[in-house]
Design a binder for this molecule. Structure first.
Ligand SMILES: CC(C)(COP(=O)(O)OP(=O)(O)OC[C@H]1O[C@@H](n2cnc3c(N)ncnc32)[C@H](O)[C@@H]1OP(=O)(O)O)[C@@H](O)C(=O)NCCC(=O)NCCS
Length: 176
């Protein structure tokens, strides 16, 4: 695998992050967004005010972001405070090379250290790579919704995945 590493995102990464997600919005069913969000959306995710909110990137040799993963609110009501929803997107040029298996565990570890109890991910179907990544990173599928999205004139199913983080020790190898 080429030399990639992970680090916390900075403001310099936001245009690359935005470009990666915008391409997915416009060309795939992986996200239910229909229009790409603006840079302020990504600035808000970078600034996350909750201790369990993180935005991290996988970078290449030139320190340019080739993918990102973040944690954010699952639902706004306060009893959900220790639960965060996760998301991961890679540039098309680096998919299928193990970058997801490096980046996602780094996010989960960071979330665990900051006190997040459980991570939840929503995966639109079909998405074999994402489903496999979640299973490899210790998530369990907890259910599927039928035809909850409509994009490009298609009905889209969605699966929820969950991983408990509460007892994840610092430095645990999440992948296994
Ligand atoms: C989903 C995504 C983050 C996975 O990251 P990745 O770097 O491509 O995946 P990896 O190379 O780390 O592989 C992770 C696992 O998925 C498997 N996998 C990867 N691509 C696959 C594919 N196209 N079909 C089936 N399995 C696949 C790998 O074999 C590996 O499983 P294994 O270790 O048991 O062999 C990435 O493909 C991506 O950004 N996709 C588009 C955006 C997206 O769908 N995001 C998720 C939204 S829920």
């Amino acid at each position: 695998m080429p030399d990639y590493r992970t680090r916390s995102a900075t403001v310099r990464d936001l245009p690359r992050i935005s470009a990666i997600y915008s391409h997915a919005v416009e060309h795939s069913l992986a996200t239910f967004d229909l229009e790409p969000p603006d840079l302020d959306y990504w600035q808000t995710r970078l600034d996350g005010q909750h201790p369990g909110d993180h935005l991290i990137v996988a970078v290449n040799d030139d320190d340019d972001a080739v993918g990102y993963a973040y944690s954010w609110s699952f639902r706004p009501r306060p009893a959900y405070d220790y639960t965060r929803e996760t998301s991961i997107y890679l540039d098309g040029s680096v998919r299928g090379q193990g970058v997801g298996l490096m980046l996602y565990p780094a996010l989960l570890q960071t979330m665990a250290v900051s006190g997040v109890h459980t991570a939840i991910a929503a995966v639109s179907l079909p998405n074999a790579a994402s489903e496999r990544l979640h299973v490899r990173c210790g998530f369990q599928k907890v259910g599927e919704f039928r035809e909850v999205g409509n994009k490009f004139d298609q009905w889209i199913d969605m699966a929820f995945y969950q991983r408990m983080l509460v007892n994840m020790p610092t430095g645990e190898a999440v992948v296994g």
